[in-house]
Design a binder for this molecule. Structure first.
Ligand code: SAH
Ligand code: SF4
Ligand code: F3S
Length: 454
């Protein structure tokens, strides 16, 4: 999960109006903000990097946990103070929170536009509406919209790796999760438009694409004579060029199958890292979560991955303190973490979301104190596991795709291994976008350090 503020150099054209876009939440939102920018740029807006010079602010929001929404409310208060100084400033709220709260956000006063995740094509119309002095709202969810024909404008300045959205929505209805309600039905994007986007990125110097969806393994597209599965799509993207790395996220443990694992084996440019959210180590909890797999099934998939791709890393998401989670359930989560040996994990305290199945059926019964302690135990264990995983890489050589200079020193470069581990090494003659073999000489919790070898 990332919270990023994106901006690019403003185009100095006085006729263009300035928009400032802030993005919260998951990678899907990062990708959506790029679609939003594309829509706005073709309507006389350019992105500005100074919030004070914007005439329009868009905030792309997340509803996944209560604290994600609280952060947005705090930002809206800040925007209110900006509006007091600049009366013509307009504020639009996009994304999942816009979809969830609809007109309640207009009632708040500071917001002029509320636009849900499927309404970004209509932004120019909504903007036109507010210039006439009327607040605008569009939260209609679509069963077809994939923005397939819109070329996203990249805001990540590294120019090396980019996201490609391959599907939208989610049909899984995990009982705790708000996503199916705010993102709508699952729908896949035309594979040809995906390939075209990946080829364009390659032509523009990009070296890595990440195929995005809430549940990429259920990607499905019917051509007149062929049914395209996720594994087939993955192979099609991998075939574009051996120098283009391919990643994907997120895999649902119930849907990842051997065909995907075999594609990873077959193409060296498909990265050897799988994000496989387990959520809990207890079968009774998984059942209440409506995850549709048992721990035994999960471990079987893990075993297959490890057998076929021994160098593959695994990461996960864990929710601690879900309704009814006992101390024994918690212990089972700790034990699955050890058994799989994740190299990293996103770990969250359960946050009840209004109107989800869990909110209706399963009371939020674990005390704040217990949730907190359990989360700390999980984090502590994950730190140990990350350390173990990184220590295993000492002395080994990995191909690293350079993404930028290291935060600590301009003399060092930073990139990632196929296994998705961040690796830092002295720059030498190498530059951003290069592939370089790095021998690992030391490590910390979150990074490998090494030297370039050839
Ligand atoms: N589609 C992805 C994840 C989307 S949300 C998947 O199925 O894995 C990212 C993560 O947020 C989830 O994996 C889950 O761990 C966490 N999450 C979702 N709803 C939550 C809630 N109500 N409280 C706490 N964490 C939650
Ligand atoms: Fe939420 Fe489950 Fe869908 Fe992931 S698969 S987005 S956790 S409902
Ligand atoms: Fe993503 Fe948050 Fe929406 S995780 S799909 S931005 S609720």
């Amino acid at each position: 999960m990332t919270n990023k503020f994106y901006s690019v150099k403003p185009i100095l054209n006085k006729n263009l109006k300035q928009v400032y876009i802030e993005t919260y939440g998951c990678q899907m939102n990062v990708s959506d903000s790029e679609v939003v920018l594309a829509v706005l740029q073709s309507n006389n807006y350019s992105l500005c990097k100074d919030i004070n010079s914007a005439s329009l602010i868009f905030i792309n929001t997340c509803s996944i946990r209560e604290n994600a929404e609280q952060r947005i409310w705090a930002r809206l208060e800040y925007f209110r103070s900006l509006k007091k100084k600049k009366r013509e400033l307009k504020v639009g709220i996009l994304g999942c929170m816009a979809e969830r709260l609809k007109e309640k956000l207009i009632d708040h006063g500071v917001v002029d536009i509320v636009a849900g995740p499927d309404s970004y094509r209509h932004l120019p119309k909504l903007i036109e509406g507010i210039t006439k002095g009327e607040k605008q709202i569009n939260t209609i969810l679509s069963e077809e919209e994939t923005y397939a024909d819109i070329s996203p404008i990249r805001m990540d300045k590294n120019g090396v790796s980019a996201y490609i959205s391959i599907m939208r929505g989610c049909n899984n209805y995990c009982s705790y999760c708000v996503v199916p309600y705010v993102r709508g039905r699952e729908r896949s994007r035309n594979p040809q438009s995906i390939i075209k986007e990946a080829k364009q990125l390659l032509e523009n110097g990009y070296k890595e694409v990440t195929l995005l969806g809430q549940n990429v393994n259920s990607y499905s597209w019917n051509n007149s004579n062929q049914h395209i599965t996720f594994a087939m799509l993955l192979e099609m993207v991998a075939q574009i060029a051996p120098s283009l790395r391919v990643r994907f996220s997120t895999s649902h443990p119930k849907d990842i199958d051997e065909s995907v694992i075999k594609a990873i084996v077959k193409y060296p440019n498909i990265c050897k890292h799988i994000h496989l959210p387990v959520q809990s180590g207890s079968n009774t909890v998984l059942k209440r979560m409506n995850r549709k797999y048992t721990i035994e099934e999960y471990l079987e998939r893990v075993k297959l991955i490890k057998e076929l791709i021994p160098e593959c890393t695994l990461s996960t998401d864990i929710i601690t303190g879900f309704s009814g989670e006992s101390e024994q359930d918690h212990q089972e989560t700790l034990s699955i973490m050890k058994e799989v040996g994740y190299y990293t994990a996103f770990m969250f305290q359960y946050s009840e979301r209004p109107n989800t199945t869990a909110a209706k059926k399963y009371p939020d019964s674990v005390s704040e104190q217990d949730k907190n302690r359990r989360l700390n135990e999980i984090i502590e264990l994950q730190h140990k596991l990350s350390k173990i995983s990184n220590n295993e890489d000492l002395g080994k050589t990995f191909e690293v795709l350079i993404e930028g200079t290291s935060k600590r020193s301009k003399e060092e470069l930073s990139g990632r291994t196929s296994q998705n581990k961040v690796c830092i090494f002295p720059a030498g003659e190498h530059k951003v976008g290069d592939y370089v073999n790095v021998k690992v000489t030391s490590c910390s919790l979150a990074t490998l350090k090494g030297v370039a070898v050839n």
